[in-house]
Design a protein around this ligand. Structure first.
Ligand code: ADP
Ligand code: MG
Length: 264
């Protein structure tokens, strides 16, 4: 009897341990005390002053802040496009601040999807070819990548625009292609820098809703940088950045939309 009791207790402890381990595996991105100093001649610009954050699998978070607060710098550091002056960045548990440029290029291709303010689609390629491009680089066989590109374009509601070139698409449609492209290689994280910066309010909302749905449908994770409160209110969690520091964390429900009337 006593033995059974010990065994059950042992199993409970083991189960809890796996839970704890699971939880830590759940973190896709972690930054610890990240600083960035740019040096322009004798002038030093402290773009980031100790940013620590965690993003868990499946989360869709936003980083808000005024122009110059360090949003792009932070996103570029998480996206391996830039290196911190001090601090650590973990992607899927791996410290990416200590890797060679060759390894970083591989990580960027495999694990990170980017969406920029100006969509950066290739003008001479059609929508489907643009979505296929990251898969071409990753060596995905032709049939498979056509199938996946079509699936992703359907996901963002562009199944009837697959053969259009970027110039034949509206701004919102171009950003939806960019979102599909960012999802192509099943990245660990999608980083979007002002993805709706060039769109009007209605299109911003529409693109964000489609973005959100695509992320959850694909089981992806994303960080969106924006200074638009409507865009931020459509994410799970809002981090406020001021002068290179996170000063506040909010849930959209707590978040006061300053000048927008709620739709009924
Ligand atoms: P945000 O995206 O929030 O507008 P940034 O991250 O672009 O802010 O910039 C943060 C600060 O760092 C700003 O003061 C900006 O001028 C400066 N900065 C950004 N990139 C560079 C760079 N490559 N060289 C020098 N200063 C930079
Ligand atoms: Mg910026």
């Amino acid at each position: 009897m006593y033995n059974i009791f010990i065994t059950i207790n042992y199993l409970i402890v083991m189960y809890r341990m796996t839970k704890v381990l699971d939880l830590s595996n759940d973190v896709v991105v972690e930054t610890i005390d990240v600083h960035k100093v740019y040096r322009l001649g004798r002038i030093e610009i402290h773009a980031l002053r100790g940013v620590s954050l965690q993003v868990r699998k499946g989360e869709f978070i936003s980083i808000m802040g005024p122009s110059g607060s360090g949003k792009t710098t932070l996103l570029n550091i998480i996206g391996t496009l830039d290196k911190p002056t001090k601090g650590k960045v973990y992607l899927d548990g791996e410290d990416i601040t200590a890797l060679s440029d060759k390894k970083l290029t591989q990580i960027r291709r495999k694990k990170i999807g980017f969406v920029f303010q100006f969509h950066n689609l290739i003008p001479v390629l059609t929508a489907i070819e643009n979505v296929e491009l990251p898969m071409v680089i990753a060596g995905v066989p032709r049939e498979e990548r056509k199938k996946r590109a079509l699936h992703l374009l359907k996901l963002v509601g562009l199944e009837d625009r697959v053969n259009h070139r970027p110039s034949e698409l509206s701004g919102g449609e171009q950003q939806r292609v960019a979102i599909a492209r960012a999802l192509a290689n099943n990245p660990s994280i999608i980083l979007a820098d002002e993805p709706t910066g060039e769109l009007d309010t209605e299109n911003s909302k529409m693109v964000m809703k489609i973005f959100r749905e695509a992320i959850s449908e694909e089981g992806a994770t994303s960080i969106v940088v924006t200074h638009n409160p409507i865009v931020a209110s459509l994410t799970d969690r809002i981090l406020q950045l001021r002068d290179g520091k996170i000063v506040k964390e909010e849930k959209p429900a707590e978040f006061q939309l300053p000048y927008i009337k709620k739709e009924s």
